[in-house]
Every structure is written in C-alpha cells, then in structure tokens.
Design a protein around this ligand. Structure first.
Ligand SMILES: N[C@@H](CCC(=O)N[C@@H](CS)C(=O)NCC(=O)O)C(=O)O
Length: 241
C-alpha cells in the first residue's frame, strides 16, 4: 500500500514524526502537500465532508480506506503495522504513552513562541514568549528529558539504548526528532541539560546513524529546520544564556 501523508509543505513540524516512522519502516508514501496543488487538496479534504473521520489539523495519513489524524494516533497505527512497537497490549500502550508525553513536550515547545495564541503572530507575543521560554528551558525541558532518561535507564532489555524492549520503536524515533528540534531551538540550554541526560543524547545520535534514517536525513525529503516558521523555531532571545 502506498500511504498518503498530509502535512504543511515547507516545515518539518509534527509531520516529521510520521515521516521518520515511514522512512524507518521503508514504507512507500507520498508527501501530498509537497506536490503541485497538494496543499490546496489537503485543506479542501480537511475542511470538506469527504472524509468520514475528518482531521482537525495536519498531520493526517491515508492508509487505504483509513484516514487517521493526530500524530500519536498515526504512530500507534504505523507502529503496529511495521514492527515499530511491541505486539502485546502493555507494550503498545507504553509506546503510546511515551508518544503522548512527547506530544505534550512538543505542545509546550510550540508555546515558547506562541504562548498566548496560535492565532497571533509571534511578534505580537514576544514578552510572554520570553517569560514562557525562560521557564521552559529552566524547568520543563529538564523534567521531560529526565523522564525519558529514566525510561531508558530502567529498560534493562534495551541496555539503555532503547525506550522499549531490545529494538528500535517509534518512540525512539520521536525522541530523536524532539532532541534535534530542541538542539536547534535552544542550543545553549541543551548544552547544559544534555549533561544530565546522557542516554537521551546518545539515543539521538544512534537513531541519526540508523541506515534508513541517515539516508533520509541526507535526502531532499528531509526539510531543514527554519528559524522563524513552523513548530520548531529558533529565536536567540528565547534561548538560555
Ligand atoms: N495534537 C495534534 C496537533 C496538530 C497540530 O497542531 N497541527 C498544526 C501543525 S503542526 C496545525 O496545523 N494546526 C492548525 C490549528 O491548530 O489550527 C497532533 O499531534 O497531530
């Protein structure tokens, strides 16, 4: 089956979590909105009545007759189909739980540049962004990454190298992407924070070196991080000194 991924065409954003899973799985997919007329199609489908289970926002995925939205939900589906999650119920739920924690972190990360409203431009909420980001870098990144560090540490089967079991699962890929985004957005803060979570930092580098992922990262399919667009931004004044 050829999947259809629908996500905004010019930034990695939350679509990247889905792309990484598709790439690691070696799955065939089309990044619809990056094709001519694709973004309009994505919006029309989202706002129209053709999909019985309509998405609220991208990313969303078409898998045959299924239309699936919400990043963690898409990954729940792909993880099960492509061996990127445990088969047993407890393991599947653990993977989903980790992914939802990443979704929470991404939401807060997004709020560093849009703390008042997604509807306003960043420039209209800079003082609030400064305040939000100072707390985010000081308390929230360490708390989230500390959680993932403990998860890595206590997974004996993974020898500290995998979040779940003894092999790569989609939360590993998602943690890689999140660390990459945090390094881009908050390089000063992350230099300090990563000293306290060496397993998380090492997981990032190991995932980046996986054959399919490294080929993807080198390809044109991987969009660059953009300083002032999308979810994963960088404003020097929001990074800890
Ligand atoms: N919880 C959703 C969030 C989806 C989301 O916020 N998508 C963004 C792009 S990354 C968007 O286009 N939002 C439009 C909106 O919220 O109006 C998920 O994880 O997929």
């Amino acid at each position: 089956m050829r999947y259809e991924l629908y996500y905004w065409p010019s930034s990695q954003g939350r679509g990247e979590y889905v792309r990484l899973a598709l790439e690691e799985a070696g799955a065939e997919y089309v990044d619809v909105a990056r094709r001519r007329g694709g973004e309009d199609r994505m919006i029309r489908l989202m706002e129209g009545r053709a999909i019985k289970t309509p998405p609220f926002a991208p990313p969303y995925l078409r898998a045959g007759n299924l239309w699936i939205a919400q990043t963690a939900n898409i990954l729940l589906y792909l993880g099960g189909r492509h061996g990127l999650a445990p088969r047993d119920e407890g393991g599947r739920l653990w993977a989903h739980q980790l992914q939802l924690a990443i979704a929470d972190l991404v939401h807060e990360l997004h709020n560093t540049h849009h703390p008042i409203s997604v509807n306003l431009n960043h420039v209209d909420q800079i003082p609030e962004s400064r305040r939000f980001a100072a707390d985010f870098t000081r308390h929230r990144i360490p708390k989230f990454l500390g959680y993932f560090e403990r998860a890595l540490q206590s997974n004996r089967a993974g020898r500290g190298e995998h979040l779940i079991g003894a092999r790569t699962s989609y939360p590993d890929l998602s943690l890689f992407q999140t660390v990459a985004a945090l390094r881009f957005g908050f390089p000063n803060a992350m230099r300090r924070i990563e000293r306290e979570c060496p397993r998380v930092a090492a997981l990032h580098d190991r995932v980046a070196g996986r054959p399919r992922i490294s080929a993807y990262l080198e390809s044109e399919r991987r969009l660059p991080f953009i300083a002032d667009a999308g979810v994963f931004r960088h404003y020097g004044y929001l990074d800890a000194k």
